[in-house]
Write a protein that binds this ligand. Sequence first.
Ligand code: SF4
Length: 224
Amino acid sequence: MTNIDFVFTEILPIIKNKPQDMAEYTKKQMSLVNELLHDMPQYACPSFCSSCCSGSILMSYVEYINILLSMNETELEHIFSSQLGVMEDGGKLRCPFIQEDKDKEHCAIYEVRPLICRVFGTSASPCQEEIKFPQFPDELFYHAYNTLYYMTEDSFIGLPLPDDLVLYEAPFDIWAIADSGKTAELIDIFKRHGSMRSVLFNLNDNSFFTMKEDGKRQIISWNK
Ligand code: SF4
């Protein structure tokens, strides 16, 4: 594993104060999503298993803020000093919330883990143990997704980047860099490593895209 060239401890003082602006809105949206997920069939992953916790786990800005709000000062310092910016083999970001201590729950933020971990986790990669995972109805999933990603039908929640770009969906590490205002540095990181699955929006042609390691843009078309 290697690290991306960015000093996360330097941005922690800025990030610590960030959630407050969005706290009320985030809590409201998360409460709506939790109501929707309440009806989702339950399943139990073995607590030690993190088989599906790899490959740049994407989340909305609202979920990123919700995770920040859930962490105390010590936890934030631990995450920002040693867990962020770690690249797995294959050029994706390792989830910073995986706990290696097998006596602990594998996920340090299990109660506030992103939607993708709740809904697609077990179907995204082979499980170590056979478990029955739920078929979450598409309709409910997109309702929850839109609650997290969109303020209105036409207006999503993202962070502005240089070159008329907006960050739409990203791993926690990438949201933190963008949220700190170090957006030029973030674009440089994307140029070196690709966007590591982060999804950007181009204001000039209204397209969503990811950036590959060679810098080429891969346009995404969604049917939601
Ligand atoms: S947030 Fe938790 S459940 Fe999701 S990938 Fe990370 S460790 Fe796994």
